[in-house]
Ligand binder design. Structure first.
Ligand code: SF4
Length: 231
């Protein structure tokens, strides 16, 4: 995938990373356009801890299901412009299952008992099912502090897959025109590592969040995760 006509301005166009499928659209477009991130020390530590746990989880899978599990499975969709790697694919009697593993901090982990999976995690898993055609998907979320886990299982879901496709197509249209979509203000802006591209100051950001604390993406996020089993 390239843009520009002559060899001088020919350059690679970023593929859409599946991890951005359920994120703020403006944030996703900034990523596609190569905008930098200002990751604070706590965020960096959390990312490093998550990466270690991630490798441990994949090693655990390989130990327990050596014959039937593949890890870091490459995925690519020319149609959607999506490219990435799935954490694992597990061959089961009822068909191949995509496994997506995430870590969160304790407070967020406790919230999941009430809220169900985070939109970003769920959208990524449903995107994988859409692109691969696999019949099963598992989302496993681990608490970084305690090691406790929650697991949800699903099959393909038309409503979610339609939502994810719409968001990706919209993001890629902005990528092509090199324009940023409008802000999608919510409490998540407080943790956003690109917030300075949206607000002139912390005060301005806080005022915007107070006016609009709840994320309202377009199209709206599909209603409660049908067919999900929490283990
Ligand atoms: S600060 Fe908020 S609106 Fe801006 S990119 Fe981040 S999440 Fe989106």
């Amino acid at each position: 995938m390239t843009e520009g006509k002559g060899p001088r301005n020919r350059r690679a166009v970023r593929w859409f990373p599946p991890s951005l499928a359920g994120q703020c659209l403006r944030y996703a477009v900034m990523d596609l356009l190569g905008f930098g991130r200002a990751i604070d020390p706590d965020g960096l530590l959390a990312m490093q801890a998550g990466a270690v746990l991630h490798r441990q989880f994949q090693a655990e899978l390989k130990r327990e299901y050596a014959e039937s599990v593949a890890v870091e499975v490459r995925i690519r969709s020319e149609e959607l412009g999506v490219s990435g790697r799935m954490d694992a694919v597990w061959q089961r009697a009822e068909g191949a299952a995509v496994i997506e593993y995430k870590t969160v901090h304790r407070e967020k982990f406790d919230d999941l008992a009430e809220t169900g999976p985070l939109v970003g995690h769920w959208a990524q898993l449903l995107l994988y099912l859409d692109v691969t055609g696999h019949p099963l998907g598992y989302l496993i979320v681990e608490c970084r502090e305690t090691g406790r886990r929650r697991t949800w299982r699903t099959g393909p879901d038309q409503a979610w897959q339609g939502w994810v496709r719409a968001r990706i197509q919209w993001a890629r249209a902005h990528q092509a025109s090199r324009t940023l979509p409008a802000r999608e203000v919510s409490q998540a802006c407080r943790q956003c590592d690109r917030w300075r591209r949206c607000f002139a100051s912390e005060t301005e950001r806080e005022q915007a969040i107070l006016r609009h604390p709840v994320w309202e993406p377009s199209p709206p996020v599909p209603a409660v995760y049908p067919g999900v089993v929490q283990a």
